[in-house]
Design a protein around this ligand. Structure first.
Ligand SMILES: Nc1nc2c(ncn2[C@@H]2O[C@H](COP(=O)(O)OP(=O)(O)O)[C@@H](O)[C@H]2O)c(=O)[nH]1
Ligand SMILES: [Mg+2]
Length: 410
């Protein structure tokens, strides 16, 4: 990542915290028909349905249950967030930087706990709490490999990490922390090439971002977060409510648009999504907008309907701009774990996916899946979602992520 790109992220995060750019948490959209969620997100926000655990790409698309997520206009807002003291006190300069690092670390804490507990356990003598050095033998390597696989890093990554550790330390006395340090270094190496922020090309007016993914993965929320981010950078943003399939979806985007202070092009439920995208692009071009974010349905009657719809959206917007979409973001919910692989395969076959956003890292112990995805698909991870709020989108930084995942200070 270049220094300027990095600064871009920091600048965006620095621009937060002003009442104008950040709506109060209490004003975030509550679910339409759900009771308020408990403040402790002990369960994944949207637990995958049993069908979703099937490794079939088709099921991956169809599996999401309809989730009522849009707040009916006028309904009393519900604050579903825990107080985050570190955010409240960290407002400026380097302190602010620690703020987002802290939030990423917090977001990854469930995943980190899982992996560090697994590793630490191997290094604990029979008296609990006494950690010792241990001679790195074949059995320990095998057990460490299991821990990595269970933490969703995948078989390939686990094998790679273990091979490297074995090569460097076999037969030597090591501590659990040394092992975690070694793993973090290797993981950062795997992640480095994919840690690339989404670059908005100013030559395009607008730069069209098509946002795709299964229902409930976090597309609409991510669009709101990106809109907020770009607006904070002084860019003009427009949203297209392309999920015309679900009744609440259009309304949900409109509410987010209002909160982010950006216009939303929308039609009624059931309208032609490609037609809507075309109109939105026409409008954004006429107004010389910098960014157009197009929301899409994640679930239609069947997989081929979804495929047709996405293909049609791409075809139709290319009538106006042959180079559009300039970015095609696939949004993945980290809580689905290994099923994310099938989703990438499926959506890659349907549309020109060129980057990933991984959401709900805060509600998941499966953050390790991001490493497996990076190793396998090598698609840039432009950002990660660590909460439901409009500013809960974090830059994806290889080293920070790797160290957080291994429960190490960043
Ligand atoms: N905890 C958490 N929840 C998220 C995150 N991103 C989205 N969500 C929630 O996931 C649910 C589905 O999100 P939504 O954007 O509507 O998904 P879509 O169907 O893909 O558009 C909503 O309740 C969001 O608040 C995240 O990063 N962390
Ligand atoms: Mg949506």
């Amino acid at each position: 990542m270049s220094e300027t790109e990095k600064k871009g992220w920091f600048a965006r995060f620095r621009s937060r915290g002003t009442p104008a750019s950040e709506p109060p948490r209490a004003a975030e959209p509550p679910p339409a028909e759900e009771p308020p969620k408990p403040t402790e997100p002990a369960q994944p926000i949207e637990p995958p349905t049993p069908v979703e655990t099937q490794p079939l790409p088709a099921s991956a698309i169809e599996a999401r249950a309809e989730t009522p997520i849009s707040p009916p206009p006028g309904e009393a807002p519900v604050d579903r967030h825990e107080p985050r003291a570190h955010v409240a006190v960290e407002t400026e300069g380097t302190v602010e930087k620690r703020g987002w690092l802290g939030r990423l670390r917090d977001g990854l804490s469930k995943s980190a706990k899982k992996v560090t507990a697994g590793i630490t356990e191997l290094f604990t003598e029979s008296i609990p709490g006494i950690f010792t050095k241990k001679k790195l033998d074949q059995a320990t390597l095998g057990e460490l490999e299991d821990v990595l696989i269970q933490a969703d890093l995948g078989v390939t990554v686990a094998a790679r990490l273990i091979a490297k550790l074995g090569k460097e330390r076999f037969g030597k006395e090591v501590t659990d922390e040394e092992v975690r340090e070694a793993f973090a270094e290797d993981i950062a190496e795997i992640l480095q090439p994919v840690a690339r922020p989404l670059t908005i090309d100013a030559a395009h007016k607008p730069h069209v971002v098509l946002v795709i993914g299964v229902n409930g993965s976090g597309k609409t929320t991510t669009i709101a977060k990106l809109a907020h981010l770009y607006k904070g950078e002084g860019r003009t943003v427009m949203l297209a409510a392309g999920d015309t399939f679900r009744a609440a979806a259009v309304e949900q985007l409109k509410v987010w648009g209002e909160r982010a202070g950006v216009p939303v092009v929308a039609k009624q439920t059931g309208a032609d999504a490609a037609g809507l995208a075309y109109e939105a692009l026409e409008k954004a071009r006429a107004e010389r907008c910098d960014v157009l974010l197009i929301d899409t349905a994640g679930r239609l009657h069947n997989k081929s309907n979804l495929m047709d719809e996405l293909a049609k959206i791409v075809r139709v917007i290319r009538k106006l701009d042959v180079s559009a979409p300039h970015s095609c973001l696939l949004v993945l919910d980290a809580t689905v774990g290994q099923n994310a692989h099938a989703q990438v395969e499926t959506f890659k076959a349907m549309s020109p996916v060129d980057a990933l956003v991984v959401t709900k890292l805060d509600g998941s112990a499966k953050g390790g899946v991001l490493v497996a995805l990076a190793e396998k698909f090598k698609l840039p991870v432009v950002a990660v979602g660590v909460g439901e709020g409009i500013d809960d989108l974090q830059p994806f930084e290889a080293k920070v992520f790797a160290r957080s995942l291994m429960g190490l200070p960043t």
